[in-house]
Design a protein around this ligand. Structure first.
Ligand code: ZN
Length: 142
């Protein structure tokens, strides 16, 4: 870490600008820590805020908040929809086979994709099934 002393420039979070900006050290807390700093942009003097610690925390918080806001507003994830579909299905799981016959709401056990629920019948030989990771079109009644 570079030597710090009064009159030197240091990067600090600025309270007013809400940005990490160059600040001039006004006073030092100890040999390695700035105490009061003056923002070169808005000229405000405030306590030094370590931008590396601050930045890492806010960006993580932001990501979490954004993700929460997003899941609240838009549609649910495939995994959530799948969970609901499985819980809603009243049928006991049937082993999936291309020769089998399935109807909407059927719970199926697929050897590769795991448990799924028939969402709709696409045509006489095709069904759309929701699995935990994605929707898949499967054949049946073959
Ligand atoms: Zn400022």
């Amino acid at each position: 870490m570079a030597e710090l002393s009064v009159g030197k420039e240091v990067l600090s979070q600025c309270n007013k600008c809400k940005l990490i900006l160059a600040h001039i050290i006004v006073t030092m807390k100890d040999a390695k820590t700035a105490d009061k700093v003056q923002c070169k942009t808005c000229k405000a003097t405030h306590t030094f805020k370590d931008p590396s610690a601050k930045k890492a925390k806010t960006s993580v918080d932001k990501v979490i908040k954004t993700a929460k806001a997003r899941s609240g507003k838009t549609t649910e994830t495939i995994s959530e929809l799948w969970n609901k579909a499985v819980n809603k299905s009243t049928s006991s799981a049937k082993d999936y086979s291309i020769k089998g016959s399935f109807i909407t709401g059927d719970l199926i056990d697929h050897p590769t994709f795991g448990q799924g629920v028939v969402e709709k019948l696409i045509d006489s030989n095709k069904i759309e099934v929701i699995f935990q990771d994605d929707y898949r079109t499967l054949m049946h009644k073959k």
